[in-house]
Design a protein. Sequence first.
Length: 463
Amino acid sequence: MAKKKVIKKSWAEPFKIKVVEPIKMTSRAHREKAAEEAGYNTFLLKSEDVYIDLLTDSGTNAMSDYQWAGMMLGDEAYAGSKNFYYLWDNVKKYYGMPYFVPTHQGRAAEHMISQILIRKGDYVPGNMYFTTTRLHQELAGATFVDVIIDQAHDPANEHPFKGNIDLKKLDKLVKKVGSKKIAYVSMAGPVNMAGGQPFSMKNLIEVHDYCKENKIKLWFDATRACENAFFIKEREKGYKEKSIAAILKEMCSYFDGLWVSAKKDLMVNIGGFLATRNKKVFEEARNMVVVYEGLHTYGGLAGRDMEAMARGIEEMVEYDNVRMRVKQVEYCGNELEKYGIPFVRPIGGHAIFLDAKKILSHLQQNQFPAQTLAAEIYIDSGVRGMERGIVSAGRDPETGDHRYPKLELVRLTFPRRVYTQAHIDVMVESIASVYEYRKKIKGLKMVYEPKYLRFFQGRFERL
Ligand SMILES: *Cc1c(COP(=O)(O)O)cnc(C)c1O
């Protein structure tokens, strides 16, 4: 019998399991009923009815024993908690920003920075929109303009840095409206809506230089910055030998400030913050946080939450930790590929984005292909993903029509340190089986539509 040749190429989780949370196995009939009751919106399913939950990686991560131990050290003083000062120290140390304001999650920081920097009639160019980010920019009176490179809108394009900003697009906007009308450039990385695609350091430096020359502020949605740093290390010349921490620090050095949802990179269940090198912005944010979140030394968080965040920062920059995360997503993508299932290329940092437009090519976009596919995968196996397409894109505030995004995707997002390779195998087989019977799947119609962020609460019926 031929023996297998040894090739050392596998990676494994840099942890062992200490506590387990049982999950429920359900029947297809049970899930059919659950999906109908949830209006075919995976956001409205009960978590109990879900087997493998890939709805989001937001706040769904497994904390380490080091973070849990820190929870017991919560200093729950109303003012001046020692956890706040420890967290602030780590923000300075790892993000290189001197000023810091905690918030209960990322969108609270987005709200503050939008209200502080935007005047009515301003423009905010960004590398593709993010739902809550753009909404806060619009609520503050700005028009968001997408200046990401064209390749980001093509799910088959293999560009290694699809999160890059197209400087020609940015310059065109600046020439058209004048730099005074640009509230700030909003840069995120990796870009969630483009499929978890990173920007390169080279592009960031070019954008930074352009902004400096034109006296435009540059702000960073650093929610997933460590994943971006990992891609820079893997793909960009000159960064192979640098640590994730060093790359993160360099990235941050080009921005005036940043906001973070700690529910992602920092591997906690709740939290966020705003950090900046601009003292004036800091002072305004510190004042504003009192109105919306709580005193500036807790910002809507418990002392224990801030302790877990501070410790999460130390863990998020560990190479093995980021590698495990990104490689798990890559493993899933490679397995899906074996069945010929179309998804956004290259494989992103936090999620697989199935190309629902291709998979359900017999549906019109206003029959909600991605919404339909997400519901179908849930019914097949209890795997919960979410829509990123026409429902998430919402309506044009001017015309009131649906926005028709080029991409119609189902996002399967991996919580950090939660699922094993065996879970992924089960999930891949389910998607492959749905893919086999895809032609029989009928679309949906929307029967309830909330005004804001309709993907969270909208309801659908089968056509
Ligand atoms: C999650 C997220 C946000 C919003 O943060 P919340 O903590 O959910 O309010 C903003 N930007 C990006 C890139 C995100 O992933």
